[in-house]
Structure formats: C-alpha cells, structure tokens
Design a protein around this ligand. Structure first.
Ligand SMILES: *[C@@H]1O[C@H](CO)[C@@H](O)[C@H](O)[C@H]1NC(C)=O
Ligand SMILES: *[C@@H]1O[C@H](CO)[C@@H](O)[C@H](O)[C@H]1NC(C)=O
Ligand SMILES: *[C@@H]1O[C@H](CO)[C@@H](O)[C@H](O)[C@H]1NC(C)=O
Ligand SMILES: *[C@@H]1O[C@H](CO)[C@@H](O)[C@H](O)[C@H]1NC(C)=O
Ligand SMILES: [Zn+2]
Length: 468
C-alpha cells in the first residue's frame, strides 16, 4: 500500500513536466504569397493571427526564387548552392533530358543530395514528423522518410477550398491521434493565380481572401482538435510574384535574336522558365557565348557561374551550369522565340521587394501582437529546431535572427534541460521519501506497529496531493 502510493506519486511527478514539455509545430507554406498581399484585401483571419502572434514585415527568400529550391531552404536552413536543389526541374546535360516540376518531386536523387530536411533530423532525435504536399515530401533522405508522408497526385486541384479543409483536418488529426511533433503543410496558391492573372489582378485578391479563410479554418481546426495550447503555427511562403511587362510595351529578351549568340554554341540550355536561365556552352565556346550575351540587353544579367554576385549564394554547386542568366523584374528570358504567357512571374533577384514572402507565427512559444523586422528564410530552420528542442544540422541560418519572436529567449532546448532537472529532483525526492520511510519503519517496528502506519500515512498523503 505504502509502496504503491509512493510509486504513484513518483510516476505522477515524472510524467507531468515531460508531457507539458512537448511543443508541437506546424509549418505552412502558401506558395507565392507576397509580403504585401494583405494590403489591398480584407484579411480578418490573418489580422487576428497577427494580434495573437508575430508578424514579420517581410522575409527574404534564397536565390533562386522558385518553388522547390526555396521550399528546401525552409526545410534545411541552407542556401540553394549548399542544399543542391537548384531548380524546379531535374535535368541531365548529357542526354538533354529535363523533367517538369511535378516529376522532379519524385526524382529522389535530386532532393537527397547531402542535406537532411528537418523531418529526418527530428525523427533521428526521437520526434515524429509528417509532411503533406510540401515540396520534397516524396523523396527518401539517406533511406529515411517522414512517418506521415503524402505528396499530391498528378493533376491535383491546388485551389479547391474543400480539399484545403480536408488537408487541414488530416494534419490536425496527425498531431492529435498520432502524436506527431512536426508537420509541414503546403498549399499551391496564391502562386497559380498570381502567374495566370498577375499579382495586381482581382483574381489574385480573391485568392488571398480564400487563403485568409483557410487561415481561419486552420486555427479553428487546431482548436477543435484540442491542440491550441501546444501547437505553434508558422505560415510563410517560398517567394513572391511580379507583374510581367506586356508584350509590345517593352523590348523582350529573346536569346536567339542576340547578335553573336547561337544555340549551336551551347550543348544544353535551361531557358523559357521565367526570368532565369542557365547555359552549358560547348567545349571552347564559353567566352564566345559569354561575350555575346553580356551587355546585350539592358535588363539581362549574364554571369559566369563563379562570378555570380556572392550575395545570391548561387554559384558553388556542381549542378549550376557555367553561365547563369537572370532578368530584371518585368522581363523574361526566352530562347528561340517568346512562348511564355504568364502575367505574373518569380525567379528574380531575391533583393527585389516583389520576391519577398510573408511570415506569420502563432502559438504558446511566440510573443503576442508583435511585429518584427525582415529576416532571411534560412533562419526559420534554426528557429524550428529550437522550438522542437532538437539539435540542428549544419545550416546557413542563425537563431539570433528570429529568437526575439519567442516568449522565452532561452526556449525549449533549455526547457528540456529544466524538465530533466525537475524529473531528477522528483526521483531524488522519491528516494529520500523511501529512505525516510525505511528508517521510520526500522525505528517504529521496535516500538508500536499501529503508530507506524499512521505516521507513514501522514507522510505520503500531503506530498501526493501537492502533485495533483
Ligand atoms: C545522363 O545521361 C547520360 C547519357 O544518356 C547517361 O549515361 C547518364 O547516366 C545520365 N545521368 C543521370 C544522372 O541520369
Ligand atoms: C549531389 O549531386 C551531384 C550530381 O548532381 C553528385 O555528383 C553528388 O555526388 C551528389 N552529392 C551527394 C552527397 O549526394
Ligand atoms: C472540390 O473537392 C471536393 C472534395 O474532393 C469535390 O467534392 C468538389 O467537387 C471539388 N470542387 C471542384 C470545384 O472541383
Ligand atoms: C548572436 O548573438 C550573440 C549575442 O548577442 C553574439 O555574440 C553572436 O555573435 C551572434 N551571432 C551571429 C551569427 O549573429
Ligand atoms: Zn512557388
């Protein structure tokens, strides 16, 4: 009786702080949500989230500002030249083969190039991770996958609001029923609408209203699943969107029309993909190609790979081709003739304000009603590792850039340590009680048995109650 009471008390003392210690984290990306998209749309749910949490003025994505590279930076905290997912398209310069975005999601070696996404790191340190539709979800990393892993099927309807709600509830179910610690969740809008109609269109504004409703639904669903007190939610994006100058109003960039340039001098090219391009000149043709293109158009930037501006961090990777091209906002890089019809594009210099995504965060670890200045998205990874209490892999971010958003600057890593201390104290306390009880038994046994029982009861009862 006495022993079981002591054991019960000790179990309670140990379990309580450990349960409380596990913060959960949901990372959400709304593809192509530019930092200022809430300025010309009524967004009551995003506004409420800002009052309940943290809002950054904007964040700076890595270059190249396209979907797969920028999302992999969110998951790894590394610049694109360091994580190796340098494009949305897998390609082979020998065979000339290219795979479009969706097929590349399933091209494992493209993703698993030496950098571990946060799911794998979290799981190696005892947590449970999941990912729904986030770019990179379909691959294995060093043979490992997130516990819950779903990539969207081909021809997925990225804008169906009913599907958005189903995705949301599924993820909340993972947190509640499977006790996941970290999940990344992806929505393909407002990117598609921004491309199709342009960032200044009424269609884009309507889609932002839909995103706002989704944000309201996400928070409501978290509440419905009983998660509000432990779930932290970060909402951000991979890049922004910029209006493409209309045909006829500007001089377009078409490589085949540039004097001295010939596609006969390149053995592989990646152009007609928004404002960026890469070329592999044939042997001995590097200077010819470079000299023909450099300065050929006032809005075309041409670099040899190793001469890329350092700040872009898009140079030191064997996958990047010898000549890198990018255009100023409003311009696209066309190959033989213009084939691109989008009214909005991204992929531009990450310094351009149009390329900056939004950032919001809410949950028990975050300050309330706090607006912070801009920071680079490489810093989201160390922040997430800190919240989850895991050791980050080598990365290009720093907690310094984001820790002022947290209620306690010491954060959860130290909380784990704190809890270990509490746990150990509980064990020590338990052993002390056992020791005292044993001594008492020895003393009382020599005297009066009924007295002993009473005194030990007095002993354990208030101790146990203080733990309830
Ligand atoms: C690239 O294509 C060449 C020629 O078809 C082939 O030999 C090589 O294995 C391919 N490389 C990859 C990584 O697929
Ligand atoms: C990364 O990919 C390149 C080829 O694209 C390959 O040569 C290299 O070995 C890969 N590195 C790792 C660590 O997978
Ligand atoms: C949206 O998805 C739901 C659920 O899958 C489906 O029933 C509905 O028909 C879809 N709506 C549209 C407009 O595609
Ligand atoms: C982070 O902040 C600490 C304390 O202010 C400082 O010593 C350190 O150099 C900073 N590190 C970086 C990478 O900014
Ligand atoms: Zn994108």
């Amino acid at each position: 009786m006495l022993w079981s009471l002591c054991l019960l008390w000790a179990a309670g003392a140990l379990a309580a702080p450990l349960n409380r210690a596990r913060p959960k984290l949901l990372l959400i990306s709304f593809d192509g949500f530019r930092w200022d998209y809430d300025r010309d749309v009524d967004t009551p749910n995003l506004d409420q989230m800002a009052r309940d949490g943290v809002k950054a003025q904007y964040v700076t994505p890595p270059y190249i500002t396209i979907t797969s590279p920028a999302h992999f930076t969110l998951l790894t905290g590394r610049y694109v030249e360091n994580h190796g997912v340098i494009h949305n398209m897998w390609f082979n310069t020998t065979s000339g083969q290219k795979k479009p975005y969706y097929q590349t999601l399933h091209e494992e070696e493209w993703w698993d190039n030496g950098t571990l996404p946060i799911w794998i790191t979290a799981q190696r340190q005892g947590l449970k991770a999941g990912s729904l539709h986030f770019p990179g979800t379909a691959a294995r990393y060093q043979g490992e996958v997130p516990l819950k892993q779903e990539q969207e099927p081909p021809l997925h309807n990225y804008k169906n609001e009913t599907i958005w709600r189903e995705k949301t509830d599924k993820v909340m179910g993972w947190f509640r029923d499977e006790d996941l610690d970290f999940v990344s969740l992806y929505f393909g809008e407002p990117d598609s609408t921004g491309h199709l109609y342009g960032p200044d269109s009424p269609q884009r504004r309507e889609m932002v209203e839909q995103v706002d409703r989704a944000v309201g639904y996400i928070r409501q669903s978290a509440d419905r699943h009983g998660l509000t007190h432990l779930l932290n939610i970060i909402i951000t994006a991979d890049h922004g969107m910029s209006t493409v100058h209309r045909k006829g109003t500007v001089e377009e960039i078409t490589l085949s029309k540039i004097p001295g340039f010939s596609f006969k001098d390149v053995s592989f090219h990646l152009v007609d993909y928004g404002p960026s391009g890469m070329l592999l000149p044939k042997p001995g043709k590097l200077e010819t190609v470079y000299n023909a293109l450099k300065g050929a158009h006032p809005h075309l930037h041409v670099y040899k790979k190793e001469e890329m501006p350092e700040r872009l961090r898009f140079s030191k990777n064997p996958r990047i081709l010898p000549i890198v091209l990018y255009a100023d906002p409003g311009y696209l890089i066309n190959g033989y003739f213009p084939v691109q019809i989008n009214k909005g594009e991204h992929g531009f210099d990450n310094q351009e304000m149009d390329m900056k995504p939004f950032f919001r965060a809410v949950g028990p670890v975050f300050h309330k009603n706090l607006e912070v200045g801009p920071f680079e998205t490489v810093n989201i990874y160390p922040l997430m590792c800190h919240i989850l209490g895991i050791r980050p892999e080598v990365n290009d971010g720093h907690l310094n850039a984001t820790k002022h958003m947290l209620v306690s600057s010491t954060g959860k890593t130290t909380n784990y340590r704190h809890n270990a201390v509490v746990g150990l104290s509980a064990v020590a306390g338990f052993l002390l009680v056992v020791f005292v009880v044993l001594i008492a038994q020895r003393i009382f046994r020599k005297k009066d048995d009924s007295k002993m029982l009473k005194s030990s009861k007095d002993f354990s009862e208030p101790e146990k109650q203080s733990r309830l």
